[in-house]
Ligand binder design. Structure first.
Ligand code: ADP
Ligand code: MG
Length: 703
């Protein structure tokens, strides 16, 4: 009823819609929408002094104005300011423009000056009637979008700056370590938030522009510190909230029977590395506490994360609880399933329990049977893809959720998993695994709410992978080398690049390569694997390759994660320049898993002059220089920014807008140290700070 009486608000204008599209909803959003660059409209330049190539603002009188029709229709205007003349050219113009630009009119004109003393010109300059005061500050140019003109945006920012609550949220005594500025009275001071924002939107013309451009100006530093603090506060808040939740206590029972994890250790064909033992203990300690674990298990490809997760699962299963193991692709999940069944089913069978499988490509009947096992609790371990978190999947008592290649899953999916123990009033423990080493600064910022365990050692007996960069003009030689490898009983991966714009192109590429290799290598079984293939077909191809019958496997990036075929000793990556370094490192980790000497060939594209090839080669050289995943990740972060590492963990919204983790480490460290103090001593300030900076988006930083 009341709804009917309420006046419907006026429909939003195009400009308002555009503002929303940019996420500029609240006054504070506009206040924090900072300029990309600035224009100097504070001065009038005499034409005599205007230099070729410079943007200048002049005031001059129109001495000629005419429409020419050849070589095409254009408006030519000549202006004179008493020190010189300039010709203005407009290819598109309206009658109203002609009126303003009529002979005798005095105008203020701004544009890029071309030519010198003998004939200055401006193409499509901005112009308006002369007069009015010159602004005292530089004019901001904002990031914008279609339908949102700069003048509108500028006015919106100015009024938002006046309205927005910019009161301090940094308590006295907790100021950030940022540069100071010289106040009007000659006293050095620190920027308050209001002062910093006012300055950045409308800087004084004498500012060193370079310090605004590279964000090293104290006003920028102040904002970056605030942003990083908001991120830290939000993550530490969510960690504290989690510490108040309950989780099942999972501890090995001593007594009658041999614990499951000890039984597993006894049947493994290898002993654990020291690093595996250490992280195993870290995880076990977490699982023994009544608070949900959120731990990230990092370890380079091949470092042996799977067995560590299996041992953790044993602790839960032994205590009568269930575990889930989720992987992003059906192939990877399938490999985990096979491994878990091999290791654990004999042991579980003695306890009347088993391992269940859940995946999208499953037959209805099989799925129903699996769901029943999960619900009854007979399935002690459930392995699968995203299918594991679907609503119909009801666990009897999920105590530990393991997520492999965690960066491929989104926040929503992790939240889904966390809800699976809701009926018991608890949350399951979470173990997230990743082979992409996360550089330290990233771990400190985006992953601040997680505990991290690192396996920093490979199992013994691995031979280092030799990486070679080869121009794709020498592809034939590489193919010949494949022939020799296969003849020697080894197996080869050939990876075709991902073409982002088009999956279809991807496919035709892979298919063509498959054909080419099949023809060039008579007598060798060459298989093809790509993302569009039906699951059953993928499985069949993988089975042939795993069994060693297939010599060469051509694939798009589906093998990127997790595939484990120790006999494969050569990997060729085509168009390696299209991959990120960390991605290449992951791919490369698919070989060198057995005792044989292994190699990775990075083919890079060359054009006729070979120049594109050279820059690509430069970047790829890192792959040759080091096998250290952390070092490669660090270089990747420098080259490509954090987006690549975070993957689905973060929505773009929650990415840092101002701070740069490569240069702002000291601010990050300050924020990390300050957040807990603020939460303890000034909780209301912390609350206000997070609300101001993250608004409704703080959820994205959690889970
Ligand atoms: P990732 O960390 O990349 O997931 P995996 O868990 O797939 O690595 O392990 C890679 C290979 O190493 C597997 O074949 C696994 O059985 C084997 N492995 C794991 N731990 C050890 C170890 N301590 N000694 C020898 N081999 C091991
Ligand atoms: Mg793995």
């Amino acid at each position: 009823m009341a709804d009917k009486l309420r006046k419907t608000p006026a429909p939003p204008s195009a400009a308002q819609k555009a503002l929303h599209k940019l996420g500029l909803v609240r006054d504070i959003d506009l206040a924090l929408h900072l300029p990309l660059r600035y224009e100097d409209e504070t001065r009038i330049t005499p034409l005599r002094n205007a230099r070729d190539g410079e943007v200048a603002q002049i005031e001059a009188t129109v001495t000629a104005s005419e429409v020419q029709l050849r070589p095409r229709r254009m408006l030519k205007v000549v202006v004179d300011d008493g020190t010189g003349t300039c010709e203005l050219t407009f290819f598109s113009f309206y009658p109203s423009h002609q009126k303003t630009l009529a002979v005798g009119a005095r105008l203020r004109i701004r544009g890029e000056v071309k030519g010198g003393f003998w004939g200055r010109q401006m193409l499509h300059p901005q112009f308006r009637v002369a007069g009015g005061e010159l602004p005292a500050a530089l004019t901001p140019v904002y990031p914008t979008t279609a339908g949102l003109a700069q003048p509108y945006l500028r006015r919106a920012v100015v009024s938002a700056l006046q309205r927005a609550d910019l009161s301090e949220t940094l308590p006295p005594g907790l100021e950030p370590p940022v540069g100071r500025f010289m106040g009007k009275n000659g006293v050095q001071g620190a920027f308050s938030l209001r002062e910093a924002l006012t300055f950045l939107h409308h800087p004084a013309p004498d500012v060193a522009l370079a310090t605004l451009e590279d964000h090293s100006h104290p006003a920028w530093q102040r904002l970056k510190a605030e942003e990083l603090l908001a991120q830290q506060l939000s993550q530490q808040q969510s960690r504290r909230a989690r510490d108040r939740l309950r989780a099942p206590v999972l501890r090995a029972r001593h007594g009658e029977a041999v614990p499951l994890h000890e039984q597993l250790l006894a049947v493994l064909p290898f002993g654990l590395t020291a690093a595996q033992r250490r992280v195993g203990e870290e995880i076990a300690a977490d699982l023994g506490r009544p608070v949900p674990m959120h731990r990230l298990l990092q370890g380079d490809v091949g470092s042996g994360k799977t067995v560590v997760s299996a041992l953790a699962a044993c602790l839960a299963m032994d205590a009568g609880w269930q575990c889930a193991l989720m992987a992003p692709t059906e192939i990877l999940a399938g490999q985990h399933f096979a491994k878990m069944v091999g290791w654990l089913e004999p042991l579980l069978a003695a306890r009347g329990r088993r391992v269940a499988w859940l995946a999208g490509g499953q037959k209805k009947k099989e799925r129903a049977a699996m769901l029943a096992l999960v619900e009854s609790g007979e399935a002690a371990l459930v392995v699968g893809t995203h299918a594991v978190i679907q609503e119909q999947v009801r666990f009897k008592n999920l105590a530990l959720a393991i997520v492999d290649e965690q960066h491929r899953f989104g926040v929503a999916q992790r939240l889904e998993l966390r809800r699976k123990l809701e009926a018991h009033g608890m949350e399951p423990h979470m173990l997230m695994m990743s082979a992409t080493p996360i550089p330290r600064t990233l771990a400190m910022s985006y992953y601040a709410d997680l505990d991290v365990s690192v396996i920093d050692e490979l199992p013994p007996g691995r031979t280092p992978i030799v990486t070679r960069l080869i121009a794709d003009s020498r592809k034939d030689e590489v193919i010949a080398r494949i022939g020799a490898q296969v003849a020697a009983g080894r197996q080869v991966y050939w990876v075709c690049p991902l073409i982002e714009e088009s999956e279809a192109l991807d496919l035709s590429n892979a298919t063509a390569t498959h054909q080419e290799l099949s023809e060039a290598l008579p007598g060798v079984m060459v298989g093809l694997l790509h993302s569009r293939m039906p699951a059953a077909e993928k499985k069949a191809v993988m089975a042939l390759f795993s069994a060693g019958q297939m010599g060469v496997l051509v694939s798009t990036t589906v093998i990127e994660v997790g595939v484990d075929v120790p006999n494969a000793s050569l990997m060729v990556i085509e168009h390696a320049e299209r991959f990120g370094l960390s991605q290449l490192h992951q791919l490369r980790g698919r070989v060198g898993r057995g005792a044989a000497a292994s190699a990775c060939v990075l083919l890079y594209a060359t054009n006729d002059s070979g120049r594109v090839g050279e820059t690509a080669k430069e970047r790829l050289r890192a792959m040759q220089e080091t096998n250290d995943g952390f070092e490669i990740a660090r270089r990747d972060l420098e080259i490509r920014g954090p987006g690549e590492f975070l993957g689905a963990r973060q929505s773009g919204d929650a990415l840092l807008r101002f701070a740069d983790l490569a240069t702002d480490t000291h601010l990050l460290e300050w924020a990390r140290a300050t957040a807990p103090l603020m939460l303890d001593r000034h909780p209301q300030w912390a609350e206000r700070h997070v609300a101001r900076w993250l608004g409704g988006r703080s959820d994205y930083l959690k889970a």
